[in-house]
Design a protein around this ligand. Structure first.
Ligand code: ADP
Length: 502
């Protein structure tokens, strides 16, 4: 199959969150299964640090409102693969410090930027003569692609015949713009209604993707159910999704074990494996030193790496941290995000200088060091579409302590007596979103840590599990095939529709 994979961020070129990890990994695994994948992504300023994309001679001209905006195409490949990456370039829109915004908030022209990107991708597919069978678009930034494929081009156009898959990585980010931006999209006002693009008076790019794609996926089976049935998790689109329930699927993200693997990780001070964990002790000391904490092997280190956003359960941490710090533990946090949480964690660092190491920044090397050097990893998320850090943690012998929601529910099996005996327990989880339950679960984990054979059994179960992309990539292939068949079956009906209308 020929697959056009569209993502507004791709590791190693650009990243704000898990979407970038997925976009930098899944295409490689699809290619290994024999498919021809081309990734499309914007050429942000950050992409050009340490990497020189090649300029293509093909140009694109993209309608944005009444203007035709010129775009240049650059190409490259994903490292350690021959997966082609096409960078969509326009200095005015993408040559900026941030991907979606800066300290002042979202860029005010995000609607034009991602209209240009989405339509630009389709123009690039045509200009480069890629006969895509599947266009796989991700998140609101590419949400208009399935819309344009259906209503923006003549039926005989190359992009109209491609099957559209749309993947949602987080329902909370929808790409909402005021209704007067409709002319910018060049999608007719007739599609601005509650069954299509309109959402409480605004344009909703994510809704466009959900309504117009042939198949919708999200990044874990549990989240796929939650967003159709829970108003809060569906973020107002639960009804739209459940209307399409036959076409909604959940596929858990995988981990790229060429990047996140303690046996080959060059970003950590000592490598280790399930057969020889001695390197993990070295990583722990190095982490304690880097965090300015006493270097002690007899104290458990609880790590956390997170966007500092409400979704991540940080209000539970805020309310419970002082009690948690009464235990003999060390807490290391790496994160950046909302100012209120920066304030909170600066205060935590001040109150517990010998027990808390707080890093308020984005730092990939430190993220690897925390995964390798911690004993436990905390993810008390209010909701979590998939979550990657808990799966990284499993591979690094760091036991996840998580809230049972979304992808965390699909990947972590609580260390009850029975589960430990059955050899399935790989972490600790709790359901009620309450400080007391979180603290109780941390206490359970600390008790298990003190019981070395029990702890070792939990660690070994996690380390021996396979959360690689190999498994999830073949699930996507099945869904691509399903979507192609569905599209093929729909064509005669559409053709006869047209005949009747004539
Ligand atoms: P989300 O996409 O909601 O942010 P995920 O767990 O799916 O959550 O993915 C987050 C990714 O971003 C992980 O690879 C994580 O290690 C990384 N990450 C988050 N915050 C930081 C940070 N401050 N420094 C380095 N990496 C970070």
């Amino acid at each position: 199959m020929k697959i056009a994979f569209v993502s507004s961020e791709v590791v190693p070129f650009s990243k704000t969150g898990g979407l970038a990890d997925v976009a930098g990994a899944l295409p490689k695994f699809l290619a290994q299964l024999g498919h021809e994948v081309t990734i499309f992504t914007p050429l942000y300023r950050a992409v050009k640090t340490g990497f020189k994309p090649r300029k293509s001679r093909r140009l694109i001209s993209v309608p944005v409102g009444s203007e035709r905006v010129r775009g240049e195409l650059y190409t490259g490949t994903l490292p350690e693969s021959d997966v082609k990456v096409v960078f969509i370039s326009n200095k005015k829109y993408f040559d900026r410090e941030g991907l979606y915004g800066d300290a002042a908030g979202d860029y005010p022209d995000n609607c034009s930027r991602f209209v240009f990107f989405s339509r630009g991708v389709l123009e690039a597919i045509k200009a480069l003569e890629i006969e895509a069978d599947i266009i796989h678009s991700n998140d609101w930034q590419a949400g208009l692609i399935p819309v344009y494929c259906r209503v923006g081009y003549a039926p005989e156009d190359a992009v109209s015949s491609a099957a559209n898959i749309f993947t949602i990585h987080n329902m909370a980010y929808q790409g909402l713009f005021w209704h007067w931006d409709i002319p910018l999209t060049n999608i007719g006002w007739e599609h601005f209604n509650y069954r299509e693009l309109e959402f409480y008076g605004k344009i909703n790019f994510l809704k466009g993707g959900i309504v117009f794609a042939d198949t919708i996926t999200t990044v874990s089976p549990t989240y796929a159910k939650e967003i159709q049935s829970d108003e809060e998790l569906g973020a107002g689109l639960d009804g739209v999704l459940s209307d399409r329930s036959e076409d909604v699927f959940g596929v858990i993200n995988g981990i790229d074990y060429t990047v996140w693997n303690p046996e080959i990780d060059d970003l950590i001070p000592a490598k280790f494996s399930i057969d020889d964990l001695s390197g993990k002790a070295v990583c722990k000391s190095a982490l304690q030193e880097a965090a300015g904490l006493p270097v002690r092997s007899d104290v458990p280190v609880v790590g956390m790496i997170s966007r500092l956003a409400d979704q991540k359960g940080l209000d539970l941490i805020a309310d419970g941290i002082d009690e948690m710090m009464r235990e003999d533990i060390q807490f290391v946090l790496l994160g950046t995000g909302l100012e209120k949480y920066h304030v909170l964690f600066r205060q935590v660092a001040k109150r517990h200088p010998k027990k808390a190491g707080i890093f308020l920044k984005f730092d990939n090397r430190l993220a690897h060091m925390i995964e390798a050097g911690s004993d436990m990893f905390l993810m008390p998320s209010r909701y979590e579409p998939c979550g990657l850090n808990q799966m990284f943690s499993l591979k690094y012998g760091t036991v996840p302590v998580v809230r049972e929601t979304g992808g965390l529910a699909d990947t972590i099996t609580d260390a009850t007596e029975a589960n430990v005996k059955a050899g399935t327990a790989n972490g600790f989880s709790f359901r009620p979103y309450k400080v007391a339950t979180l603290l109780n679960t941390i206490k359970r984990a600390l008790d298990a840590w003190a019981d070395k054979p029990r702890w070792s059994a939990i660690v070994r179960t996690g380390m021996s599990q396979d959360w690689s992309w190999a498994r999830s990539a073949s699930e996507y292939v099945k869904l691509y095939e399903h979507t192609l068949n569905k599209k093929a079956a729909a064509v005669p009906a559409a053709a006869s529709d047209r005949k009747e209308k004539r």
